[in-house]
Write a protein that binds this ligand. Structure first.
Ligand SMILES: Nc1nc(=O)c2c([nH]1)NC[C@@H]1CN(c3ccc(C(=O)N[C@@H](CCC(=O)O)C(=O)O)cc3)C=[N+]21
Length: 284
């Protein structure tokens, strides 16, 4: 028998509202300038999950009245070739935003590739410039998944100031920037990772838990502080999250489902930032 008390944080519904606003802004840009906002997606190799995610991003662009341009490169692409392809997009005035799908394969210097994205087109929030802006609390493009998480927390009126936020995972475009954004809102942030000793003890302190490790159902309900807000940013194969939803929902006050939580918001932020980039580049 379930004693579930948690309310769902509905990322699908919030994303729909966010994308509607974005679509209206995109239409206005097209009407005023004759130029339609354009996102370039760059995919290296043919990993099935990456192919699916990139297709989802393109479909969502189409629905929002954003053009998308797709660059597909073979898995054998070198760092130099990838940097050249991204540099060309950075210099193309028709392109307003660039997304390089992560991961790119171990033989490529992913950081060098990300840094070839012009800062004003970094609508995915993956460059050093964007990371620094997040860290300093300056305006700029945020990493899409952390940005989506913050929008969800705000939409559900989650108080952040003075709260204990625990981020499990420290990847460059998810865990680490998620912690920075929470810190920027005056949460007390703890990062946990593969070398953390006594992870359970850390997780039990969390008023707000962000799970971003990439291990299916890694976080169990027994470690959730009663009343905590649980954000599952995991995207494991088969749409499985990092949190054991059934047991976590018995203790959390608010929880994101997978699918239908953080994922749709990630794409909503990508589209919103693409339109924002287009507005700025077109002088609106
Ligand atoms: N440079 C870069 N930026 C990213 O933002 C990025 C990336 N690389 N690499 C891969 C991850 C993964 N990711 C997801 C986006 C949407 C869903 C999503 O919308 N999922 C749906 C389910 C999927 C479905 O409906 O089939 C959901 O959670 O409801 C999931 C995962 C973005 N990523």
């Amino acid at each position: 028998m379930s004693t579930s008390t948690a309310r769902l944080m509905d990322g699908t519904a919030l994303a729909r509202r966010t994308v509607e606003e974005t679509a209206a802004r995109a239409a206005e840009i097209t009407r005023r300038t004759g130029t339609t906002p354009c996102l370039a997606t760059v995919l290296v190799g043919a990993d099935p999950a990456s192919v699916t995610y990139v297709k989802m991003k393109q479909n969502r662009c189409a629905k929002a009245g954003i053009r998308s341009q797709h660059v597909e490169l073979p898995a054998s692409t070198t760092t130099e070739e990838l940097v050249a392809a991204i540099t060309a997009l950075s210099e193309d005035p028709e392109v307003h935003g660039i997304l390089l799908q992560h991961p790119v394969g171990p033989h490529i210097d992913e950081r060098a590739a990300f840094e070839a994205i012009a800062p004003e087109k970094d609508v995915d929030g993956v460059t050093m410039a964007s990371f620094a802006a997040m860290g300093f609390g300056l305006p700029g493009f945020v990493s899409c998944t952390p940005g989506g998480i913050m929008r969800l927390l705000d939409a559900y009126d989650v108080e952040l100031s003075g709260k204990r936020a625990v981020v499990v995972g420290r990847s460059a475009i998810l865990g680490k920037p998620a912690g920075l954004l929470l810190l920027g809102r005056d949460a007390t942030v703890t990062y946990c990772h593969s070398r953390t000793t006594d992870l359970s003890a850390a997780v039990r302190e969390a008023d707000i838990l962000v799970a971003a490790v990439g291990k299916p159902h890694f976080i169990k309900g027994e470690d959730i502080k009663p009343g905590a807000v649980v954000i599952d940013a995991g995207y494991n194969p088969g749409n499985v999250g990092d949190v054991d939803f059934a047991s976590a929902a018995e203790r959390a006050s608010l929880i994101t489902p997978v699918p239908g939580g953080v994922g749709p918001m990630t794409i909503a932020v990508l589209l919103a930032q693409t339109v924002e980039g287009a507005e700025r580049q077109l002088g609106l």
